[in-house]
Design a protein around this ligand. Structure first.
Ligand SMILES: Cc1cc2nc3c(=O)[nH]c(=O)nc-3n(C[C@H](O)[C@H](O)[C@H](O)COP(=O)(O)O)c2cc1C
Length: 314
């Protein structure tokens, strides 16, 4: 019997696999056995009600998706009165995800949604900071830390900081949010990208720029998870391009304590359940008693250190 149990930033999970924010909606309950997941991460909400950006919102590439949705949000009351009760009945811990225009608003919203049915709050800091001319909070260690401190001041719930990969040194941001009190980091949100239609000479997305996700981004985010795991003591949750149980194992070997699956849930609704089964079989085959033993078990060349991985001759 493999022990799949993990504890991530104050949240006890039956296994290390959960959906990424924005990748499951209520309709998925008919397609996925939500009770089997390690946790249920909800779509990001904002303090206000938002419609999202104009279409087209999604472009498909080989092995990747470019999207810009713009966080349509029904606001915190809908979350507490409808979304949380809907998902809480399945059993796994429910993780809320929030975003706001200022650090203070992140703090106020975290306080407002603090509720015993919510196990942790994920801070989506890949959104624009109004006070920094729209630069994402997660692109600046000071702004990222301010968000986490404001949330910590308003709630006792564990805070997971979901980092943006659109930075030069992600380890610096991970350290900043850890110092500010984050209980875990999620590495990472989507990679900024742009699509162009040569025939019409127009951008493919209504919002022009969007986020790239799906299997093609895995090597980029795997590298970032490895850097974060070496930089901080709090757990790192890997998120980017996971499609199979093998991908989950790769992320855990790189240093992740748990993982989130996003785009693949739209392609293949059994992706999370099949990944849990695959990881269980892998551990059995490898004689690994506890899945947590995989975290950071990557066998690196003995003559290479993490600084060298930070600047590689290409
Ligand atoms: C359609 C769509 C909606 C998303 N919505 C959110 C969101 O509300 N909040 C958030 O933090 N990330 C959101 N993401 C990003 C995912 O949570 C995840 O970080 C990203 O897709 C990378 O993982 P993947 O390669 O497994 O998809 C969204 C992604 C997609 C494709």
């Amino acid at each position: 019997m493999v022990d799949l149990f993990v504890t991530i930033g104050g949240v006890h999970m039956a296994n290390p696999i959960m959906p990424a924010s924005g990748s499951i909606a209520e309709g998925m309950a008919d397609l996925v056995d939500l009770g089997k997941l390690g946790a249920i991460v909800l779509k990001t909400i904002t303090p206000d009600i938002r419609q999202g950006v104009k279409p087209p919102r999604v472009v498909e590439y080989t092995d990747a998706t470019l999207f810009s949705i713009g966080i349509p949000s029904k606001g915190p009351d809908y979350l507490l009165n409808h979304t949380v009760p809907f998902f809480a009945r399945f059993g796994p811990p429910v993780i809320a995800s929030i975003s706001a225009d200022t650090a203070e608003d992140f703090g106020t919203l975290a306080g407002y949604i603090t509720d015993p049915r919510i196990a942790a709050i994920e801070a989506n800091i890949s959104c624009p900071n109004l006070r920094a001319h729209g630069r994402a909070f997660g692109m600046d260690p000071v702004a990222a830390a301010e968000v986490i401190r404001a949330m910590k001041a308003n709630t006792d719930l564990p805070i997971w900081a979901k980092l943006t990969p659109n930075v030069g040194d992600i380890a610096e941001i991970a350290r900043a949010v850890e110092d500010a009190g984050a209980d875990a980091v999620v590495t990472a949100n989507a990679i900024l990208g742009m699509g162009i239609n040569a025939e019409t000479m127009t951008p493919r997305l209504g919002n022009v720029v969007g986020g790239l996700t799906g299997p093609a981004v895995k090597p980029v985010i795997l590298r970032m998870v490895n850097q974060c795991a070496e930089a901080v003591k709090i757990p790192v949750i890997g998120c980017g391009g996971i499609a199979t149980g093998e991908d989950v194992v790769e992320y855990m070997l790189a240093g992740a304590s748990a993982v989130q699956i996003g785009t693949m849930n739209f392609v293949h609704t059994a992706a999370m359940e099949q990944s849990i089964a695959w990881v269980t079989d892998y551990c059995t085959r490898k004689n690994i008693a506890r899945v947590a033993e995989l975290t950071g078990a990557l066998k690196l060349p003995v003559d290479q250190n993490s600084e060298q991985r930070g600047a590689v001759a290409l």
